[in-house]
Design a protein around this ligand. Structure first.
Ligand SMILES: [Zn+2]
Length: 255
């Protein structure tokens, strides 16, 4: 196998890792935004509950004034009753008094409802405040987790970039260009392992001649898939070659 192909296989492996790491890194802003949205949403619940409570207190004030006004009016009519001269006028006044007292009673009922509802609104505010505390505590933990994951991913990225630089340095520049051109067109994957008798990436059948050539020891030629144009390689062959060159050479024994 061509020596440079071995480095291209390394380059491909690290590039796939880089794609995965960058993809993971790109998700962090969204994860953080979702986290903050959850906290903001919970805080908004407090605002809504407080607004409802304020509205309820305002209504209460209005109904208190209604009660006062109707009671005031009834009192005024009662005071006038000693001054009326005719039976007719007296009856009319009695009617007004009754009406004012009825209205005062109704206003008092409304006021009582409001006061009961007001307690409910206060409970809502307290519940919302408690919920925010929980959401914020959970968010703080999650933020730290996300931050730690982000730092780890950044570290992985730096490591993988260094590995890539090493692989790139071992290959002639024009071959790296060739590799990158193919990778750019094919979702970052410039190499295709031969599986069975087909291209491991696009699945097209590879001519036996090409397979034979690739399997031949000392082959110095690059072959491309005729359909997807990726550089073809044999994974077994590459592994065998790598372990053979890594292991100390020992004479083979016939048994
Ligand atoms: Zn192919």
């Amino acid at each position: 196998m061509h020596l440079h192909l071995k480095y291209l296989i390394e380059l491909q492996a690290v590039d796939l890792r880089l794609i995965e790491i960058r993809e993971r890194l790109s998700r962090f802003p969204k994860r953080l935004a979702e986290l903050e949205a959850r906290v903001t949403g919970a805080r908004h619940q407090i605002t809504t509950a407080k607004e409802a409570l304020t509205g309820s207190l305002k209504d209460r004030k209005t109904y208190e004034m209604d009660v006062e006004q109707w009671k005031e009016r009834a009192k005024k009519y009662r005071n006038q009753s000693s001054e009326v001269k005719t039976n007719e006028a007296y009856k009319a006044l009695q009617h007004e008094i009754q009406n004012a007292e009825d209205e005062a009673a109704k206003a008092e009922d409304r006021l009582l409802d409001r006061m009961v509802a007001g307690e409910e609104y206060e409970r809502h505010v307290k519940a919302a405040e408690a919920a925010v505390k929980q959401v914020e505590a959970a968010a703080n933990v999650e933020r730290q987790t996300i931050q730690a994951e982000y730092n780890a991913a950044q570290k992985e990225l730096t490591g993988a970039e260094a590995v890539r630089a090493g692989a790139v340095a071992a290959v002639p520049e024009d071959l790296v260009d060739h590799y990158e051109r193919i990778a750019k067109r094919h979702g970052g994957i410039a190499l295709a392992e031969i599986r069975g008798e087909g291209c491991g990436q696009c699945g097209v059948h590879i001519r036996p001649h090409v397979i034979q050539q690739l399997q031949r020891d000392g082959n110095e030629e690059f072959f491309h898939c005729e359909t997807c144009t990726r550089v073809l390689y044999y994974a077994d062959h590459a592994a065998a070659q790598a372990s053979a060159s890594a292991a100390p050479s020992a004479p083979a024994h016939e048994s």
